[in-house]
Design a protein. Structure first.
Lengths: 260, 270, 149
């Protein structure tokens, strides 16, 4: 019994220690901002692999989610005779919640796990070590561009997700289910506020982008440099990122949209 | 030793996960010569290279490289010192996403602002020195193990360092590749005036090229000297290591109980 | 060079993001560039503001002429005091007009509609609406209906 408690205590301390290392790591990365001349091309390369390559999954998911929202929403709203409100329902759901959250989860699964695996592999093949020995700080050269790329790409991906979703919802709602196009957009425009809804959604996705990128990059850097270690680190990235995003979403939603 | 020591370790103690890896190591590595550091596996030879390179900090003791105390250096000074060092990792550790040419050019691009055509000339010269100028456009995944190491060697001499450290360069190499590496290490050392530190447990090859050797076991230095001095060393442990005896001060049997207990033979003798 | 293509593609990516932001701003939330127009302040007191919220619409004959700035409780009269910002070019509202709380659609949000009076004088900065009509309370309506009133 005591062993059990001791084990639990030890594991909790490990978690706290890990968080401490992660924070030190983050500090090292943020402080070591690369010189613009060398850093910018690296950033562009990472923006490509993290942002542009995630576009496919974001656009397809956004489209389907928007269309499903329209279908489901129509069935429910028609009970109240309020089909015309479908536009604002889809827009608010996407812009406030689904856009940032689903994009973050997709990002963690696709880009986050790729980042972790890549960095983990570089660690396992001693590329990071050899970089250090050549007098190049791997935090600056390898890690920082990836972190900033995630941070910048996420809000863009989330906005594209919302836009594609709204468009998909419009396809289903207006073209298929016959909601009047004027009221679709009109109701939407009168109930979606740029500052309170759109910008808050963007703030959420910036926070999520930061957290997902940080977790992905740290897990890669800190992993046990074996193939089993990399695979476990990749799994941890996806799991921790997803949990963090969902938890933060609750907190941010309560702060932004609650009336407390 | 006539030349002054380029690297000096005094009473270095280093532990990791509760184990004492170094228990008071004192040794000098002379400048401009090839020094081999040998010992049974697991004695922390690679760790020693990392301590010299400043990647790990010793618990106590001094580590002096080129007159500077490595553990006390601030980040920037440490990175500048590392520009004078080259390190050849066991696996080569080439950057897998860029070509051979780009790999060798990497230190030049990062640490110098030389124009592109000068960089091209230097890279090709270094590749020529290791005999791989024709392989410049290949990707690391297309190279054989021996070729990977040679490219990594070219990369580590790109900045004309003062010190090169080789981590198990002979491990797992076929005789031809081994011969190539031996030639390269010897030639580079003499032509560039480098201080070379070789970590290996391949006794014949190491002793054939080094000027000076150290044997480390159980966290301590058990023998140092020129290859001839070591071959006549009084210590039994040194002799066992050098001649490759399976049993001696390092026992064959892992500590175990009396065989009678495990094999349940009553009254018989083994 | 591969780097060149990558740069161009990333450039398009950023442009796509900016376009999405603009779309969200204009088409989805109806942000209009002339929302920083000059306004003047008028007040109205209601017995019951219902579900009226700040930034709600203030309209006249169905046209939006302003928005609600704030809603507060007057501790002396126990009425709700609503502060509205009306566009400065709509300055001919008769002084005896009424501010009525209406609901747009059955489940829609509530807004203030200005019902025109006949006075020669117009409302100006700091004036208060003389007559108001509170929000329609569904329960009261039903109980009125049920008791046959």
């Amino acid at each position: 019994m005591m062993d059990y408690v001791a084990g639990f205590g030890r594991r909790s301390l490990e978690v706290v220690g890990s968080l401490g290392r992660a924070t030190q790591f983050l500090f090292g990365v943020l402080v070591g901002v690369p010189k613009p001349a060398t850093g910018f091309p690296l950033l562009i390369k990472q923006l490509y692999s993290v942002g542009v390559l995630s576009l496919a999954i974001v656009v397809v998911s956004g489209l389907f989610i928007g269309m499903v929202l329209a279908l489901q929403g129509y069935t429910i709203l028609s009970d109240y005779g309020s089909e015309a409100a479908i536009g604002q329902m889809i827009a608010l759901t996407l812009v406030r919640e689904l856009g940032p959250v689903v994009t973050a989860l997709l990002f963690a699964g696709r880009a986050g796990s790729a980042l972790t695996a890549e960095i983990g592999l570089m660690k396992a093949t001693e590329q990071l070590s050899s970089m250090e020995m050549m007098g190049v700080d791997p935090l600056r050269r390898v890690i920082a561009p990836r972190l900033w790329a995630g941070f910048i790409a996420m809000p863009i991906l989330a906005m594209i997700f919302s836009v594609v979703g709204i468009w998909g919802g419009m396809l289903v709602g207006v073209d298929w289910l016959g909601v009047f196009e004027g009221s679709f957009w009109g109701n939407m425009q009168s109930s979606v506020d740029f500052v309170d809804d759109v910008l808050n959604g963007v703030i959420k996705s910036v926070v999520f982008g930061f957290v997902c990128a940080w977790i992905a990059v740290y897990q890669g850097y800190d992993c046990v440099p074996t193939s089993a270690g990399i695979s476990s680190a990749t799994t941890k990235t996806v799991v921790y990122s997803s949990l963090a995003v969902l938890g933060l979403d609750f907190v941010l939603t309560a702060v932004m949209f609650g009336d407390f | 030793m006539e030349s002054s020591a380029y690297i000096s370790l005094k009473d270095v103690v280093f532990s990791r996960s509760g184990r004492r890896i170094f228990d008071g190591i004192t040794l000098d590595i002379p400048k401009g010569k090839i020094t081999a550091i040998m010992g049974p596996s697991g004695t922390g030879k690679t760790t020693l290279l990392r301590v010299i390179g400043g990647q790990l900090k010793p618990d106590s003791g001094q580590v002096i490289v080129a007159g500077q105390e490595v553990p006390k250096l601030k980040r920037k000074a440490l990175y500048r010192l590392r520009e004078k060092m080259g390190m050849l990792f066991q696996s080569g550790a080439l950057f897998t996403d860029i070509s051979v040419f780009e790999n060798v050019a990497f230190p030049l691009r990062v640490h110098t602002s030389l124009p592109e055509d000068m960089i091209r000339d230097i890279v090709l010269m270094k590749l020529e020195a290791v005999g791989l100028r024709g392989a410049r456009d290949l990707m690391p995944s297309e190279l054989s193990g021996g070729m990977t190491r040679r490219v990594a060697l070219a990369r580590s001499i790109a900045l004309d360092p003062e010190l090169i450290m080789y981590d198990e360069p002979f491990a797992g190499q076929d005789p031809i590749a081994m011969g190539v590496l031996v030639k390269l290490i010897r030639d580079l050392n003499s032509s560039m005036g480098l201080t070379s530190v070789l970590v290996s447990h391949d006794v014949p090859e190491s002793l054939s090229i080094c000027h000076y050797a150290c044997i480390i076991a159980d966290g301590k230095v058990i023998g140092t000297g020129t290859p001839d001095e070591l071959r006549n060393h009084p210590s039994e442990l040194v002799q066992q290591f050098l001649s490759g005896q399976p049993d001696g001060p390092v026992p064959f049997h892992y500590p175990a109980s009396n065989p009678v207990d495990d094999f349940d033979i009553k009254g018989a003798s083994i | 060079m591969v780097q060149r293509t990558t740069e161009i593609v990333v450039g398009f990516f950023m442009i796509a993001g900016l376009a999405a932001l603009l779309f969200l701003a204009l088409q989805v939330s109806g942000l209009s560039p002339k929302s920083a127009a000059a306004t003047y302040t008028v007040y109205a007191n209601f017995n019951d503001v219902g579900g009226l919220t700040p930034r709600g619409k203030v309209s006249m004959a169905g046209v939006t002429v302003g928005s609600i700035e704030s809603i507060s409780l007057d501790k002396n009269t126990f009425q709700a005091k609503v502060t509205m910002a009306i566009r400065s070019d709509v300055d001919t509202i008769p002084a005896d007009s009424a501010a009525v709380i209406r609901t747009s659609g059955l489940l829609g949000e509530q807004y203030i509609d200005i019902s025109i009076g006949g006075d020669m004088e117009s409302l100006g900065e700091g004036d208060t609406f003389y007559s108001t009509q509170s929000a329609m309370n569904l329960e009261r309506l039903i109980s009125n209906f049920a008791s046959g009133r």
